[in-house]
Design a protein around this ligand. Sequence first.
Ligand SMILES: NC(=O)c1ccc[n+]([C@@H]2O[C@H](COP(=O)([O-])OP(=O)(O)OC[C@H]3O[C@@H](n4cnc5c(N)ncnc54)[C@H](O)[C@@H]3O)[C@@H](O)[C@H]2O)c1
Length: 438
Amino acid sequence: MKMTVIGTGYLGATHAACMAYLGHEVLGVDSEIGKVEALNGSRAPFFEPGLDPLLHRHLGETLNFSDSYNEAANFANVHFLCVGTPQQDGNFSADISQLRDAVSKLVPLLRGHHTIIGKSTVPVGTAAELQKLADALCVPGSAIDIAWNPEFVREGFAVADTVRPSRIVVGQRPGSQAANIVREIYTTPLDSGMPFIVTDLATAELAKGASNAFLGTKISFANAMAEVCEAAGADVVQLTEIMGYDDRIGYKYLGSGLGFGGGCLPKDVRGFIARAGELGANDAYAFLREVDSINTRRRERMVTMITKMMGGTVLGGKIAILGCAFKPDTDDVRDSPALDVAGQLLMKGARVTLYDPQAMANARRAYPALSFAHSAEEAVAGADLVVYATDWGEFHHLKPHALRDLVSTPIIIDGRNALDPWEWLSAGWTYKAMGRNF
Ligand SMILES: NC(=O)c1ccc[n+]([C@@H]2O[C@H](COP(=O)([O-])OP(=O)(O)OC[C@H]3O[C@@H](n4cnc5c(N)ncnc54)[C@H](O)[C@@H]3O)[C@@H](O)[C@H]2O)c1
């Protein structure tokens, strides 16, 4: 099938490449020419495991990228919308202006019947609003059908998640053929028994927000338990492990530490709260405000903990932070807890040096005043305190004994409750973690 993918950021570039992998002819369209050039040069403008080989394999054949809406309009009758929906400045709501812009540019150029399938995460009601916009801009004799196919991929696993999604959801208007189109697109994964759910637009839009709100709730629950453990002198890692053995609870997303970040979870939780409020359902979602504030509090608590460990002030102290990305296996630093903590420490007069296997270029762009090292060893050299902020696989090979000789004072704060405390303690480190009694 021929299709376009409008917006080729983390979601869209991966979606475009995976659609080509599934056997389709794909044109990716982005308004940022630099991104288009990078992608046409077989280079993803971000780090996503497995994406570069896919680009390499299909580029110039069944996969191309362009910044031209004219080309998109003439290329296909099916268009995926994957543009960004960031949090608005100054409030919790999602900013859907990129979607309005994409529809406004595409629809007047379309001739005949076209299906626009939104994948971006949106406030409920967005598809209906965009349908009205499309109807108003559509040339006489043409027809545009807007459907929603929310995307559940996880950065770091986006290729596998796109090719083998956990479920495929299509929200459509009564009488729409969009679900049949999506079914045809995903024939290969559907043949292996993938759940396929056809629903109305509002349910499809809510499906993604509700899923992310639940995941955020689970993480914040674990972090609330960490606060209780600190007060009670208990151990949150053992507590959540014990809870997780119950398969009604499960251990996934029950990790305590610095909390969640990234370009999706925090803004999706907030967007959900904001939209619920607009719809008058704010009582039902009041607890989600607490989910968000527990999460934000983790970063402040980490700064407080660091300050305490450094004798009451970080001024002039040298702090090494291992990790910049909001989680491992991505270079995404949007709303990264690691960088947030680094920024707060910098403002308080600390000398902060970071190292991350993939995210330093993005981190440097976001916080040019921070210092960056070429390795974990270089970052910790001469440090008064080390913060373990992102649980990269590369860091699992760090040797506490060897690092002990590089630092000025051997204090490590494990912001992810991911290190083996005994290994660090026996190597002569002071080991601290949130919600643990070390
Ligand atoms: N990142 C993820 O893993 C992920 C997962 C599931 C859902 N989502 C959702 O997908 C959407 C996109 O997220 P992202 O992380 O890829 O964002 P992103 O900022 O990386 O990508 C958005 C892209 O859209 C482009 N763009 C903006 N306006 C445009 C326009 N009018 N025409 C063409 N291109 C335009 C931008 O240049 C950018 O490349 C968001 O709604 C997000 O919540 C993301």
